[in-house]
Write a protein that binds this ligand. Structure first.
Ligand code: ACM
Length: 541
């Protein structure tokens, strides 16, 4: 597409082997097409010990027990009960009481005296007579629930499956994430995504223990959030999209609802208003943002690099301040993303001065500035976050900025841009950064990606999904899955226990669960997808 195309013309299952006792590790040979992995948890936990003997059976008598006085654990217990739903004839009762958990229960509690598993870690022990989930913080309980969910058979994901007891294998898991930033970005500007679709994506991020949702809320083709002090941004700037469709925008209430929905799933919303370039929708809405005072027409094509705010005008900085203030007030998370990419209409000096002024505005509203890697040219305050995206750039400025205290989020376009085609036959997507199959998205290590940067400067990993060719949630799912599962594992699991051949087998076991969830995933030929029929053959397993 556009300038990017020019610049980069290059290119458990719960079916666990029920009675098996094994440590997770790479199998000697790649899996055959119907081979079952030892378990199907993605991302791979730091330590998994499957125990011999019987596992736990969830049936209509199962209680989820929470000690009194732990409201977050209670909320997460209710979420777990809702996930299990009526599969065992009725959703498990959530019981809040003092004292020890009753036999036969699933017990959830925050426990500060237990093993040190950090802000997001947890321990999960499944025996024949109980399931015990412990964490130091609620986020850990939530992630433990996602693991338990993946240890349950995939039919729990149906809302009206024929009721049956649900088996969970006997296992001991101790788990915590490798990186703090495990993100996904949705471009709701090129094609608008309604609230329900974003919530669906949030649910799928949560299943994979991702914890950042970056919303690309503005671009040349659309402005997607109501700004009360500049109302035409949404009503005019939001009125179209790539290809000339009707566009749309979030009211402030809808945006706040999305942020809260994400927060309930331990996902921090990161709003992006792209500037000074990628601003045609804003420029078309307010003539005074243009240096010549003339508003351009709305734009529905896919070129990039042609628009810029008037960086010499005080009006521009009043505009930026209003926008950052209104959105920051609706966003409890600590970040504000200012874009900053692909500016072709300014001199390097003008660009740097603009980013530094915007950084002051973002900081004055109590947020940490995030920007695409071009912002590394500016004098960044420690704590700023640079999102690396360009695959073919000399990364020297980024490395130097990291040495001066900036943090890095890695989104290399030739590995984890989810809008790149899987192969030349993929109908959706683009190819300017190459075609990126699943293995390319999985088989790399963020810690060794940039030589000269201390591992502590790497905040994490994020998979952007640009929406020039992506028009609805089915398209989003098709481009995101299975690659987003690979990104989740790159971001969560210890480098030393990751292996492509073992991952693809475990991933193949997701097919019945993803089918039950209705995910429109790409059946990549790199994966030995487990047929759904295996799950149902014989009823019991
Ligand atoms: C980008 O892909 N222009 C950040």
């Amino acid at each position: 597409m556009g300038a990017r195309a020019r610049r980069f013309s290059t290119s458990l299952l719960a079916a666990l082997a029920v009675a098996s006792c094994a440590r997770v590790g790479p199998p000697a040979e790649p899996a055959g097409p119907t081979e079952r992995p030892v378990h199907g948890v993605i991302p791979l936990p730091s330590s998994v010990q499957l125990d011999p003997g019987d596992g736990f059976t969830v049936d209509s008598a199962t209680v989820i027990f929470v000690p009194s006085g732990d409201p977050e654990a209670e909320r997460i217990a209710r979420y777990l009960s809702g996930l299990i739903g009526p599969s065992p004839e009725r959703a498990p009762e959530v019981r809040v009481a003092a004292g020890p958990p009753p036999p036969g229960s699933i017990s959830l509690a925050t426990d500060l005296r237990g093993p040190v598993v950090g802000e997001e870690g947890y321990t999960l022990v499944v025996t024949a007579d109980r399931i015990t989930l412990r964490a130091q913080r609620p986020a850990g309980l939530f992630y433990g629930v996602q693991t338990l969910r993946q240890l349950l058979p995939p039919e729990v994901e149906y809302t009206a499956a024929y009721p049956r007891p649900l088996r969970v294998p006997a296992v001991r898991i101790a788990d915590q994430p490798r990186f703090a930033w495990r993100g996904a970005m949705l471009d709701v500007a090129r094609h608008f995504a309604p609230v329900e679709d974003v919530k669906r994506y949030i649910d799928l991020l949560a299943l994979h223990k991702l914890n950042r949702l970056h919303l690309h809320l503005s671009d040349d083709q659309g402005w997607r959030i109501d700004i009360r002090s500049w109302p035409d941004l949404a009503t005019h700037g939001g009125s179209t999209e790539v290809g000339g469709g009707p566009g749309g925008y979030y009211t402030q209430e809808q945006y706040a609802d999305l942020v809260a929905y994400a927060r309930d799933r331990f996902i921090v919303a990161v709003p992006e208003i792209d500037m000074p370039g990628h601003t045609n929708a804003a420029l078309a809405s307010y003539p005074e943002l243009n240096c010549d005072g003339i508003a351009p027409p709305l734009y529905t094509g896919t070129e990039v690099g042609f628009s810029t705010l008037c960086v010499h005008s005080d009006t521009t900085y009043r505009f930026v301040d209003d926008v950052v203030r209104e959105i920051s007030a609706l966003t409890p998370g600590p970040y504000f993303h200012v874009g900053g990419d692909e500016v072709e209409e300014l001199t390097p000096e003008e660009y740097v001065r603009f980013i530094e002024r915007v950084q002051e505005i973002v900081t004055s509203h109590g947020k940490r500035m995030v920007g695409w890697d071009e912002i590394a040219a500016a004098d960044l305050t420690p704590g700023a976050v640079i999102q690396l995206w360009r695959p073919d750039t000399a990364h020297i400025e980024i490395i130097e900025a990291a040495r001066r205290g900036a943090s890095l989020v890695l989104s290399p376009a030739d590995r984890i841009y989810l809008d790149m085609k899987y192969d030349s036959a993929t109908v959706l997507g683009l190819t300017w950064a190459g075609v990126t199959d699943l293995r390319r998205a999985y088989d790399w290590d963020p810690a060794t990606f940039l030589r000269g940067v201390a591992p502590s400067a790497i905040l994490g990993v994020e998979a952007p999904l640009w929406a020039e060719t992506v028009g609805n949630i089915r398209d989003i799912e098709h481009m995101a899955f299975p690659r987003l599962a690979a990104v989740a594992e790159v971001a969560w699991s210890p480098a030393e226990s990751r292996s492509w051949s073992e991952f693809r087998t475990r991933l193949g076991a997701q097919a019945p669960r993803w089918s039950a969830l209705g995910i429109n995933f790409y059946r990549s030929p790199e994966v030995p997808w487990l047929p759904e029929a295996l799950w149902w053959r014989g009823g019991e397993r």
